[in-house]
Ligand binder design. Sequence first.
Ligand SMILES: C[S@@+](CC[C@H](N)C(=O)[O-])C[C@H]1O[C@@H](n2cnc3c(N)ncnc32)[C@H](O)[C@@H]1O
Length: 186
Amino acid sequence: MGIDPSATMLSWARAQPGAMDVTWIEGDAARIAPTGDVDLVLATGNAIMHLDDDQLAEALTRIAGALRPGGVVSFESRNPAAREWETWTKDATLARRDTPVGPLVEWVEVAEVAGERVTFESHTVLPGGDPRVRTSVLHFRGAHAFETALLEAGLVDIEVRAGWLGESVTERSRLVVYRACTRLTT
Ligand SMILES: C[S@@+](CC[C@H](N)C(=O)[O-])C[C@H]1O[C@@H](n2cnc3c(N)ncnc32)[C@H](O)[C@@H]1O
């Protein structure tokens, strides 16, 4: 099962190898049923950074309710210590690429940093000069915030790594990967 609120992202996912074996759902964590029989929940591509604190608590509670005893949740989130948003300037990110509808120009720019909450604008200029701007918010949470949220959702045995292969976290790690489990007995 794969869940994403973006129809565009789902259409991309549906075109990938193996996609026929997946049930694709347009929505968010509210679509996760409390079945208590799921082995593994993954949130990849920093999707968890889109959630505010209430949404994170709700999502982790729903995930915990879907997992079987001893089931695993794992997700990645950019490391706030690496301050990656500081590189999100027009100069540093400006790119041109060819697309099926012609050359496209794109860049990102940070609009506001308020604590862990970073608002940025993604600019796209389509062939013919039609500019589009999309504003997004990402939450750059540290390990303490994630550990607290995981424990409050009843998830335990928390592991914190710098990648999906178990690398050690340093100040310079771009990504942090979290892994936690439901208890084996309730
Ligand atoms: C960088 S993309 C990663 C997509 C995909 N998970 C992957 O790993 O390739 C981040 C994704 O988070 C999704 N997203 C945004 N808000 C979300 C939410 N509230 N719940 C779940 N996913 C969300 C976006 O639609 C987007 O597809």
